[in-house]
Write a protein that binds this ligand. Sequence first.
Ligand code: ATP
Length: 251
Amino acid sequence: MLRVEQLSKSFGQVEAIKDITVEFAQGEFNCIVGPSGCGKTTLLKCLSGLMPPTGGRVALDGVTVTRPPKQMALVFQDYSRSLFPWMTVRQNVAFPLRNKGLAKSEITRLVEEAVEAVGLTHAIDRYPWQLSGGMQQRTSIARAIAYQPEILLMDEPFASVDAQTRANLEDLMLSIKARYGMTILFVTHDIDESVYLGDRIVVLSSSPTVVQEILTVPLPVARDQITTKEDPQFLHLRSHVFREIMAAQAG
Ligand SMILES: Nc1ncnc2c1ncn2[C@@H]1O[C@H](COP(=O)(O)OP(=O)(O)OP(=O)(O)O)[C@@H](O)[C@H]1O
């Protein structure tokens, strides 16, 4: 269980996060949305222990997070800067496993399984510059899942890919969640994406930020890019989230 307790974060005079309290249960897909600049990235940085909060705390299974916990992996928007250009897909995915004290054969197994899960087995020995943007982001996702995190933090991971690739990567995330069962915290600007992927949607207010609303997504677990997005419940929920964000923006 990941718990955020009365978290606040200021940068000098700028109060980015005012007071956030929220819990993330094991195995849940949580989408985090909110107006531009409301502090979504700041929240993820505090959650991951990369940035100390000004007040409150983040606790993972009751223990205060002060540095990136071993059980967490992160995927960022900018895949082109997160992969090592001189390493192949296989080497990039294996990189974080080097310090886990695993046998070489186990590393090979985890890497090959993760690369297969993201559909890149055919490209495992290619370098990042030989891959499309979507394939590079798949490599980042494979690197995160090979690490076998309990919690996966993703900061607008699909913002830089085209619409078709984005839809494919969304479906990839649903299959990864079903296969590995990790807790996922997924920051997105895209309201449709948040409703399509989420078990829950955490709507943040504008800065100084609090949690404005937490919605449970009542859609069936099995989702489909066409039929789910035609479902009246989907349409109702996306309008609701959109109104919430407009209201947050208006202050
Ligand atoms: N290192 C920093 N120093 C000073 N101010 C910062 C820093 N990082 C973030 N901020 C400020 O904190 C607020 C929240 O920024 P943050 O990037 O977390 O928002 P966001 O919701 O992720 O933004 P976006 O929607 O544009 O992705 C903004 O006002 C930003 O200018």
